[in-house]
Design a protein around this ligand. Structure first.
Ligand code: EPU
Length: 298
């Protein structure tokens, strides 16, 4: 296989917040071995890479973007690759969608990811930002990840060479020079359990999410990280009067104040103004400097 090069996609069409102009080009990676061609291809196309999964954690500027979208469409279906005393190992490609993986695991009675029900992204995106909810973090289940960076090439790394923290993933020895990392696939450790119990837990988690988060709106999930353990950015924003606060077509959700939603005709300028205003007010009222969870592009 070879890399597939396409015209610059609209980030508005490729992100769940539905904001953003066109990138310069898109490079689709279907096979991990093709990653080795990425640095030369990016140099030829002349833009910085934006590794894009499902686009569910991105706020892109409404302007031509000096970026080349790299899509790790490595959709290798999940398969059991081993079993030990601690659990069953399942390997899956980065381009595989997380909700599909959860369905696959449930059908096979493999437990561990139920808390991630309702997260829309790809497996690669979930690893790359250590997505989590309801006490379940992607990184906690990872035993191996295959990554590519321009300095070290393709490597399959064990857990002890990886660093996961709250909404953070990095390769321990990658260093500044590596610049960017593509997650190509991951191996997760799950436990055998009853299908019915897994199904019920997933349904309960999804129902809880639907009742407390605007799951069908155009959004990028929570926009700020929680500033401390057990301190909810959403609660701070709510108490500071941001629930439902609008600017043009952008608004903080009426359901959960840490979700910025695009009501249809919103712009990136309106989005960023609301974010800055919220950061200022929360700092002034509660002393917390809210850090972005959503990635601002470029
Ligand atoms: N709350 C409010 N007002 C709000 C939002 C929340 O009073 O507008 C209160 C809730 O009533 C609850 C507390 O704050 O008492 C915590 O709320 P929630 O359970 O929704 O949790 P959270 O800390 O606000 C985190 C994650 C979510 C994840 C949920 C469930 C972050 C930034 N957010 O939210 O993750 O789905 O827990 O586990 O870590 C995301 O990362 O994109 C995301 C949405």
């Amino acid at each position: 296989m070879a890399l597939v090069i396409l015209n610059g996609p609209s980030l508005k069409a490729r992100t769940t917040l539905r904001l953003g102009g066109n990138a310069m080009a898109e490079v689709v990676v279907r096979d991990v071995r093709d990653c080795e061609e990425l640095p030369a291809t990016l140099e030829r196309l002349g833009g910085r890479p934006l590794i894009l999964g499902y686009g569910s954690n991105i706020l892109a500027d409404d302007a031509p973007l000096p970026l080349v979208v790299v899509t790790p469409a490595i959709g290798e279906a999940p398969r059991v690759v081993g079993e030990d005393a601690e659990g069953v190992l399942v390997r899956v490609g980065a381009g595989f969608r997380l909700p599909r993986l959860l369905g696959w695991l449930c059908a096979r009675g493999l437990s561990g990811m139920e808390g991630l029900a309702g997260i829309p992204g790809t497996v690669g995106g979930a690893v790359a930002m250590n997505a989590g909810s309801y006490g379940c973090e992607t990184g906690a289940l990872v035993t191996r990840v295959t990554v590519f960076d321009p300095v070290h090439g393709v490597r399959t790394l064990r857990r002890d060479a990886l660093h996961f923290a709250y909404r953070h993933f990095s390769v321990a020895d990658a260093g500044e020079r590596a610049g960017w990392t593509v997650v190509a696939d991951a191996v997760f450790r799950l436990e055998r359990s009853s299908r019915d119990v897994i199904h019920k837990t997933m349904q309960e988690n999804y129902a809880k999410k639907k009742a407390t988060q605007p799951v069908t709106a155009y959004s990028a999930g929570c926009v700020f990280k929680n500033p401390a353990h057990n301190v909810s950015a959403g609660k701070l924003l709510d108490s500071s009067g941001f629930k439902g606060k609008k600017r043009g077509g952008m608004a903080f959700s009426e359901m959960h104040a840490n979700f910025l939603i695009n009501t249809g005709e919103g712009t990136s300028v309106q989005a960023k103004e609301l974010l800055s205003e919220a950061q200022e007010k929360v700092k002034k009222e509660y002393g917390y400097a809210l850090e972005l969870e959503v990635r601002i592009v470029p």
